[in-house]
Design a protein around this ligand. Structure first.
Ligand code: GLC
Length: 568
């Protein structure tokens, strides 16, 4: 079987008990609560490459493309081996085959971007471009640090991730004010900066919770990424002592208090302001953006594995369970779009009242944009950008859809349909440079109304249909989870043609992403880290366990206490 057609099923078969693989398999360590698929991936990978950065057992490493083939044929050749971090200061293995030259360049750039506080590394700077105005790119952004953190975890360097988690927890405790208004206790910063005073030999921190960002919006994604990273750190090191610390548990409860609080909501999705995530300028994503809903779902699932029962933790677990159940129902039902569902919406009747309404949000079929009919393939589907009363945002958003796969918010069928869409719409979503952040671009009148004439978000640029290399790690993770590594391999090859040569830009412009972005910073750290993480995951798919969670059937069981009108 060629590695490109390896599926979860064949992985399960390959790691069945009693085979040649089972005999070679070392005892798995610290792999609590794993589903069968995840267990198989981990077991197989630790069989053929135990130097996966997290749990080292003494066998020779092997390249993942070979590993995937080895899984299928159950033969392992330890001589065909290398590791992404090879030749970097933090790694120690020497093998006869050289990795892609970009890998060493990437590690060098990643290490240059480290930011220190009182002698300890606490994060990575957003960009190291000396030719452009620093603006706020000289700060450590929480979301930007995520791929850096994964790179360090995968390379067996968890300390910096721990420092980062503790430093940002400390910042969460600050009183946060914008004009006369005090923000919620749990809000995590968008970014922070370390000020070094060489005379006094002192370091101080400055944080931004949205009060100095464009649009003055608090970053809803920061708290979610913080929880997701905490779980990754715990899973990777097998060390629960950080997550179990009373202050860390409190930090988690504060974030959850913010996003689980009761209000006037009739939906389980989280109401958001425009610009509260990676897309941090006005782009018409206010309401219930997929980018946040998918992260919300993943963060709730991660918190569920980390919360201790004391000090209200048990009640939070119960609230998380009800919310996860309702959220997955809502998203899988109302956000999902494929050819059949598009046809249903096209034929919707409007002005329906009562519980029997089919068109629950009163979407007017005339509001369906023309491009969707051309874009929607017969094979494939995706979670749309936003669902709210009479407003379906049909745009495709990459991060939300990949996170939906990784968190198992998407059913296995939906996950596979999203991957089909990548294949069917390769030119639109991947083009010359992976990957399109959103599709399609807003143009002309719509651009004027929706973005407020934003000169940075012109059509096919930046957040408005620009291509962001950082998203490669999310695609790669989704590809591995769905058993389609060949898609990631193709995308990585495209990246390798230009990214380093172009100086690791932040984003690319144009319909196919062929031009370095108009205002793109060079040496953007998450472009560098995203590439490294993709390479390491493809080489050692067991890393996937740090970011991915398998479907939990219990989430689908009805647990709602109050609503009798809700039937699911
Ligand atoms: C831009 C991006 C944002 C990122 C920041 C730092 O503002 O839109 O997502 O965090 O740059 O790289």
């Amino acid at each position: 079987m060629p590695s490109s057609t390896l599926t979860m099923e064949s992985l399960s078969l390959a790691c069945g008990e009693g085979g040649a693989m089972a005999e070679m398999r070392p005892r798995p360590l610290n792999l609590e609560r794993r589903s069968m698929d995840e267990k198989c991936l981990n077991d197989l990978a630790s069989t053929v490459n135990p130097s996966s950065g997290c749990q080292k057992v003494g066998l020779q490493p092997i390249k993942s493309s070979e590993r995937l083939e080895a899984m299928a044929t159950a033969t392992v050749s330890p001589s065909l081996s290398f590791r992404s971090g090879m030749g970097t200061p933090g790694s120690s293995c020497h093998t006869p085959f050289a990795p892609h030259p970009m890998v060493a360049d990437a590690w060098e750039n990643l290490r240059k971007s480290l930011v220190y506080f009182r002698g300890k590394p606490v994060g990575t700077i957003a960009a190291l471009d000396s030719t452009e105005d620093a603006l706020n790119y000289n700060q450590v952004f929480v979301r930007d640090f995520v791929p850096s953190a994964f790179a360090f975890l995968m390379n067996g360097e968890p300390e910096i991730v721990k420092n980062f988690l503790l430093k940002t927890l400390h910042l969460q405790a600050w009183e946060k004010r914008i004009d006369c208004f005090t923000l919620g206790e749990g809000v995590m910063p968008a970014s922070f900066k370390v000020l070094h005073d060489p005379e006094r030999k002192s370091d101080t921190l400055i944080a931004d919770f949205g009060e100095s960002a464009i649009g003055r919006v608090a970053p809803i994604d920061s708290g979610f990424w913080w929880i997701i990273l905490l779980r990754a750190y715990t899973k990777c090191t097998g060390n629960h002592s950080l997550a179990d610390m009373p202050d860390v548990q409190r930090g988690m409860r504060l974030i959850l208090t913010l996003c689980l609080s009761e209000g006037f909501d009739t939906f389980p999705t989280l109401l958001c302001a425009d610009g509260c995530c990676m897309i941090d300028r006005r782009m018409g994503i206010y309401g219930y953006p997929i980018e946040i809903q998918a992260l919300f779902f993943l963060a709730l699932r991660c918190a569920r594995t980390l919360l201790k029962h004391e000090r209200g933790g048990k009640e939070f677990i119960e609230r998380i369970d009800s919310r996860l159940h309702a959220l997955s129902y809502h998203m899988r039902t109302y956000f999902w779009l494929d050819h059949e569902q598009l046809n249903n919406i096209y034929r919707y009747k409007t002005e329906e009242y009562s519980h029997t309404a089919v068109n629950k949000f009163n979407v007017i079929p005339d509001s369906i944009p023309d491009w969707v009919f051309d874009f929607m393939p017969m094979r494939g589907g995706y979670f749309v950008g936003n669902v709210s009363p009479a407003r379906l945002d049909f745009r495709w958003f990459c991060l939300g859809n990949c996170i939906a796969i990784l968190s198992s918010l998407a059913t296995p069928e939906q996950a596979s349909a999203i991957m089909d869409l990548f294949e069917e719409r390769w030119e639109d979503l991947i083009g010359d440079m992976p990957l399109k952040i959103a599709y399609p671009a807003l143009e002309n009148h719509e651009w004027r109304i929706v973005t407020g004439c934003d000169p940075k978000n012109t059509r096919w640029s930046y957040h408005n249909g620009g291509s962001w290399p950082v998203l490669l790690w999310l695609l790669t993770a989704a590809c591995i989870k769905t058993g389609r590594p060949q898609i990631a391999r193709k995308a990585i090859e495209l990246t390798e043609r230009r990214l380093a040569r172009d100086g690791w830009p932040e984003y690319y412009d144009g319909k196919a992403g062929g031009y370095i972005g108009k205002q793109a910073r060079k040496f953007q750290t998450w472009s560098v880290a995203g590439y490294l993480v993709s390479k390491m995951m493809l080489e050692d798919p067991s890393h996937l366990g740090m970011i991915s969670l398998e479907e939990d059937k219990k989430i689908l069981k009805p647990r709602l206490k109050r609503s009798v009108s809700w039937t699911c």
